[in-house]
Design a protein around this ligand. Structure first.
Ligand code: ATP
Ligand code: MG
Length: 258
């Protein structure tokens, strides 16, 4: 949304566990980079249900059943190809198990296949999930942009996070019709919460994805470069990357670069 004097409003959900610490780190870095954003923090504490128990709202529980629709599949497919085109990527691979999940994955596969015809400049291939898992570990260069049903993406993205250095590094974005949501791939990491030990990179790069989505590319590049430089120098790494730095020390180093 729009806020005063050219700044834009962004909803921030710090969550729990390491959430508040890494959110504070991202806010500090954004301030150092003069990003024209006004944060609006929102609490998502679980609600009390009719049975008196606290938990996730029933509507949310009613939804993650494996329901695959033609409309949503086409939207996902179109996003993947448009993303590839806009980011100069060469190939889109659809990952599926349509050989055994004939109805759901079969529909998804058909939708992606049809969409591929609208993007002749992008290479297109179809691969089984198990094959992709094997290749991803042995030779990830085989792939470029991957598109797949939600559950496969959930599992494969964690595996890929492990390959590039862990959950503390990988960002994510959820693109909707009326907005987008960006979050780190990891959870609340209760084992290190409240100790200033978490790596804020995953959340920071998610926020950088958000800046690109908002077409604030200059700010996005500046922050991403500062973050990558601090990691490359290796002097202020958090524990997950084999260093001894606190979350706040790593954050300050990024701010100093900015
Ligand atoms: P949740 O149920 O909220 O997902 P979890 O116990 O599964 O919590 P995750 O956040 O998914 O924990 O992370 C798994 C492990 O990876 C954590 O225990 C933590 O050691 C490590 N980890 C995750 N995120 C980070 C981070 N940002 N920085 C450092 N280590 C992390
Ligand atoms: Mg988890």
């Amino acid at each position: 949304g729009r806020a005063s004097s050219g700044t834009r409003k962004v909803t921030l959900i710090p969550g729990d566990g390491i959430g508040p610490e890494i959110s504070a780190a991202v806010q500090k870095i954004f301030t150092a980079a003069n990003v024209p954003i006004e944060w609006e923090a929102v609490d998502v504490t679980p609600v009390r249900g009719p049975d008196g128990k606290f938990g996730i709202p029933q509507a949310a529980i009613d939804s993650s059943i494996k329901l695959i629709t033609e409309e949503a599949s086409k939207r996902v497919a179109e996003y993947a190809f448009t993303y590839a085109k806009n980011n100069n990527r060469k190939k889109v691979t659809v990952v599926h198990k349509a050989n055994i999940m004939r109805m759901s994955d079969g529909l998804f596969l058909r939708c992606v296949r049809e969409m591929a015809e609208n993007f002749p400049q992008i290479q297109f291939e179809e691969r089984y999930l198990d094959t992709v898992c094997l290749n991803m570990v042995q030779d990830p260069k085989k792939y470029d942009v991957l598109v797949m049903p939600n559950l496969y993406g959930d599992i494969l993205s964690d595996m890929c996070a492990g390959l590039v250095g862990g959950l503390g590094l990988t960002p994510s974005g959820n693109m909707g019709l009326n907005g987008a949501l960006f979050e780190s791939v990891h959870g609340t990491a209760p084992d290190i919460a409240g100790k200033d030990l978490a790596n804020p990179t995953a959340l920071l790069l998610s926020a950088v994805m958000m800046l690109k989505h908002m077409e604030l590319n200059t700010h996005a590049d500046k922050i991403q470069n500062a973050c990558f430089e601090v990691i490359k120098e290796g002097k202020y790494l958090t524990g997950d990357l084999g260093g001894k730095a606190k979350c706040s020390e790593f954050t300050n180093e990024i701010c100093a670069k900015l």
